[in-house]
Design a protein around this ligand. Sequence first.
Ligand code: HEM
Length: 487
Amino acid sequence: IAKQVLFKNPNEPPMVFSWFPVVGSTITYGMDPPRFFQENRAKYGDIFTFILLGKKTTVYVGTQGNDFILNGKLKDVSAEDIYSVLTTPVFGKDVVYDCPNSKLMEQKKFMKIALTTQAFQSYVPIIADEVTSYFKKNADFKGTSGIVDIPSKMAQLTIFTASHSLQGKEIRNKFDESLADLYHDLDMGFSAINFMLHWAPLPWNNKRDHAQQTIAKIYMDTIKERRAAGKSDSQDMMWHLMNSEYKGGVRVPDHEIAHMMIALLMAGQHSSSSTSSWIMLRLASRPDIMEDLYREQVEALGADLPPLTYEDLSKLPLNQAIIKETLRLNAPIHSIMRAVKQPMPVPGTKYVIPTDHVLLAAAGVSATDPQYFPEPDLWEPHRWEKDHPLTPRLSKSEADEEEKIDYGYGLVSKGAQSPYLPFGAGRHRCIGEQFANVQLQTIVAMVVRMFKFRNPDGSNTVIGTDYASLFSRPLEPAKIYWEKRNP
Ligand code: HEM
């Protein structure tokens, strides 16, 4: 500590005080990252450094911080240097962070191109049918009312809907057999502790490796069967990748398609299932909003509520706002990290971030800043309507969805000056945003047709957040009381 105080480099951001040299603030950060950011921002300002597992980690919050980190140049920042130890054993070789960034950009382009309007038009009925049959068949939803722990249900529903729409019927059907357990084993590779122990011959890492190999083989066998059977009119992502070529005309090898399928499902699974769980819990805490949603559908689509289509989703602004507002308060990715490749001067300050620091962006801080969002802690989906008293205060430049940029995976909104970035920004921005919106909006619309929710104790409270794994989610048990609309 004396060393910290006496030999502090004036060009480095202020250091969060801690009594423990290596552990540093790991525990206080890990228990509640948003609170940790808020408290230290109040003490030190928008840039500060803390020790995370022995590593100097520099947090830069606010819109300028988001931009500095997420739009950082390739020569300055690296995602793969941080994430590949964790993701390569889970996804497999030669994809995402186990290849040069230029290859990732091409892979993201393949995925983005596959998600056409036509594809979404075919996905909505698939997702809607999965939701209906899930609640019909699931033993915990028999009868007219009951109480259920919602996150595990949403996890299943997310994987059934994503696998069916993005990977096709053959893969979806395998989730009723061995694939669900295999993905469960693979998932253990994503525990936060694996940032340190990813290499260790621990039982869960052995299971992870076995699961990765078995799942990859299932995808590769399916690809071979599809090739043998000839063409299909399916709009799923696997078909699209089978017909994609890298620059220079090289076909995407089967093992890379398989590994991208794993990466897609894992990326989508944690974020979407956490978000849908939060949505259901939020609705249980505000039954009045659930009624507003039901009325919205009746008014926009007719009292007989016909089968849902992709076009219908755009007629349901409150249904869309539910997702927006939930991601504002419960974004599943609270911290985005980058390795520093060369000393980075921070514009407008005296600071230079050295290469032995890791940079951490936390877009949730600006998403809960009263400067932009009046009554920031209040979950109020109606705030996204025009002229609502709580409408977000986003100036044109901050809401700069207009400004487009191409990092190699198609035009995306630059967006890093916006205070609202649940899908990130820059070259690593999410390509699953539109899919997640379609998936979540369809799930919410179908659930609202079938159920009324409330908290089991009738209160308006919402459960706390579990930050123990890399993606945050509701603390369990997280129970809701459900009642069927048409028993
Ligand atoms: C990247 C959030 C759903 C695929 C990201 C990033 C964020 C994010 C914040 C940036 C990560 C970084 O900069 O390090 C979310 C949220 C989702 C969601 C909140 C749902 C509510 C999905 C889905 C898919 C997906 C459904 C796949 C279909 C990806 C991919 C990347 C990404 C491929 C790029 C990683 C990179 O370039 O490094 N997502 N995501 N995401 N996401 Fe999503």
